[in-house]
Design a protein around this ligand. Structure first.
Ligand code: AGP
Length: 609
């Protein structure tokens, strides 16, 4: 959850680190700090709260230098205080480290270091043990000390270290936490995430588990555990700097909501060839391979799982392969039936979500082939997969996922149809119809976005409600779940989603006049059933706002209010019907004065279990 940045070069380390940390603010943090070496002295400044507080502390030229590391911390072990903020230092103050991840055996190490080495800990964090361990092993060579210390650490970590007596290099190491390195005209850089480096370079090295990076003014060198130099090619990142900036929008979330038509278009453009056919040949599936599959598991978390639930329905319909969508965090612990006749599809915007990465590894251990749907090029999930389908949403910065979701859905339509065509379980005509509609989807989303004033009106009417529930049937249940998640995470309103047919089995007891229901009714065959469900809610005095397709008839009279998305097939509806909820949640959060891009307790990529 934390952000790491490091720089060695001819420029100002402070400037680069602050700019890098700023671009990682979206990760969520509650304290920040920098360690620099200036004229042979290791200097550390840290503050609780936002970067502004730190900036105020590092203002003058007396705090700057050619080499430094920086960190934004999201509190896990210990409160968000200055003491617990990174960088952490060794007792003599000559080693400083920043750490992203969790050291699982930190208690044991802490007790040992206190007992046997009389080390006095000044923070409550798990990370501080790393600084002391490195210092204990330090014998004039930071590389060796970091390597030895890492052998004592269990858990997940990306660590960057500085030693006062080695003012020309940063040593960094990773295990199960993201770390990238890059080179710019003036020096070498490391960071936990791509946006931190974009201003300086677009060509990055993805560091693998247990690799050690030496960052110097001359660039970066990567070594394995045995100190063998690794020859790596750089990955070019296709994002531009402005894509990771707000560009005049008040919040990243609103910008990203409005970027959805472009994201869907780009994801399609990359996968539809000039003759209008789906081009997924690089995934290298054969008919025999697909025919031999016993089942497909889709694993993901949060919003990505919701995309997976729609994907399950599409794959079963078009490719006729049994498919289950499961939470990564459950999948990995429930001994799922996985073998070499299983395909595991991992969906992740960041490609760094620990639960999904571990689920992927579990499926791989059991013999499954892995196809991942990922937004971040070269991320851990992508690198661990046999096949990768990149979504082309561009950087998603707001914690609440919007454009990643609609591009994940777009990818799943293409994958399901591609598999169906390869297996012969669907025909060109059916796919042609769906493809034609997909091509129209960006325009349909644009149409919905034009109604922002309408959603602002709805938000104004309902933002004080304390209970907002979402119902639907068929694919609409998934949209209801995703809409409810969006509302919860950025407005903190109590909300859940339920299949409308399930209401009468218990949940109906919660309905009072204070409840607002959003009722989705985009699925033609279930439309009349939804009308009955809305009547049930109305009979119990709840307020109901319906979302249906244009031309849907009397729903507008049954519900208190209704919004109509453009006419489309039932299958395409989830891609369009989620968009009103993005804007409604956004405007409710705004009216409630919430921190929209970085809601409380949340981080953009969840790299802890
Ligand atoms: C979405 O709004 C959430 N912030 C969250 O559920 C997210 O989708 C989930 O943590 C998975 O992240 P990933 O796609 O990066 O793996």
């Amino acid at each position: 959850m934390c952000g790491i940045v490091g720089y060695v070069g001819g420029g100002s380390a402070k400037e680069m680190i602050l700019s890098g940390l700023k671009s990682l603010e979206y990760r969520g943090y509650d304290s920040a700090g920098i360690a620099l070496i200036r004229k042979g002295k290791l200097l550390v400044r840290k503050e609780s709260g936002k970067l502004k507080a730190l900036e105020a502390k590092v203002g003058g030229p007396e705090f700057d230098g050619p080499i430094g590391i920086g960190h934004t911390r999201w509190a896990t072990h210990g409160a968000p205080t200055r003491e617990n903020a990174h960088p952490h230092q060794s007792g003599d103050g000559r080693i400083a480290i920043v750490h992203n991840g969790i050291i699982e055996n930190f208690m044991e190490l802490r007790e040992e270091l206190t007992r046997e080495n009389e080390i006095r800990f000044v923070s409550e964090t798990d990370s501080e043990v790393i600084a002391h361990l490195i210092s204990l092993y330090y014998d004039g060579d930071l590389f060796d000390a970091v390597r030895s210390a890492s052998r004592r650490m269990r858990g997940a970590y990306a660590v960057a270290a500085l030693a006062e007596s080695e003012p020309d290099r940063i040593i960094a190491i990773r295990k199960d936490a993201p770390l990238i390195a890059g080179v710019c005209a003036e020096g070498g850089l490391i960071a936990s995430d791509i946006p931190a480096l974009l201003k300086y370079t677009k060509d990055v090295y993805f560091i693998e588990n247990n690799e050690i990076v030496v960052v110097t003014r001359g660039g970066v060198q990567i070594f394995d555990e045995e100190k063998t130099r690794m020859n790596r090619t750089r990955t070019h990142i296709d994002w531009d700097v402005t894509a990771a900036e707000k560009g005049g929008y008040e919040h990243f979330m609103r910008k990203e909501i409005f970027e959805q038509p472009a994201g869907i278009r780009e994801t399609l453009r990359r996968r539809i060839d000039d003759s209008g056919h789906i081009a997924l040949d690089d995934l290298e599936f054969t008919k025999e391979e697909l025919d031999g599959l016993e089942r497909i598991y889709i694993i993901a978390c949060g919003t990505a799982l919701h995309a997976g639930l729609i994907g399950k329905a599409l794959i079963e319909k078009y490719a006729r392969i049994p498919c289950e969508a499961d939470l990564s965090s459950e999948f990995r612990y429930r001994d799922p039936i996985v073998n070499e006749r299983t395909l595991c599809i991992c969906i992740s915007q960041s490609g760094e979500t620990t639960d999904t990465l571990e689920g992927l590894r579990e499926a791989k251990r059991k013999g499954a082939k892995i196809l991942s749907i990922v937004n971040v090029v070269g991320s851990s999930v992508a690198r661990a997969s046999d096949h990768v389908f990149y979504t082309w949403a561009g950087p998603e910065i707001a914690v609440a996922s919007t454009k990643a979701y609609t591009t994940q859905l777009t990818s799943l339509y293409l994958i399901a149809m591609y598999m169906g065509l390869l297996r012969g379980t669907t025909d060109e005509a059916a796919c042609g119809r769906l493809l034609g509609e997909l091509a129209e989807a960006p325009a349909m989303v644009e149409e919905v976005l034009k109604n922002e004033e309408r959603f602002i009106g709805l938000a104004k009417e309902h933002y004080k409600k304390e209970k907002i529930f979402y119902v639907g049937r068929g694919l609409d249940v998934v949209t209801a779940q995703e809409a409810s998640l969006k509302l919860k995470e950025i407005t903190y309103i109590n909300s859940f989603a339920i299949a409308a047919g399930e209401l009468k089995h218990g949940t109906i007891a919660l309905i009072t006049k204070d409840v607002l229901f959003f009722a989705l009714a985009t699925q033609a065959a279930l439309y009349e059933k939804m009308i009955s469900n809305i009547e049930e809610m109305k009979a119990r005095k709840a307020q109901v706002v319906a979302i249906a397709k244009a031309g849907a008839g009397r729903i507008g009279e049954v519900a208190d209010d209704a919004f109509f998305i453009p006419e489309c097939s039932d299958e395409i509806a989830p891609l369009v019907s989620i968009v009103p909820f993005h804007l409604i949640s956004y405007h409710i959060a705004k009216l409630r004065g919430r921190e929209i891009d970085q809601p409380r307790n949340l981080a953009k990529s969840v790299t802890v279990e």
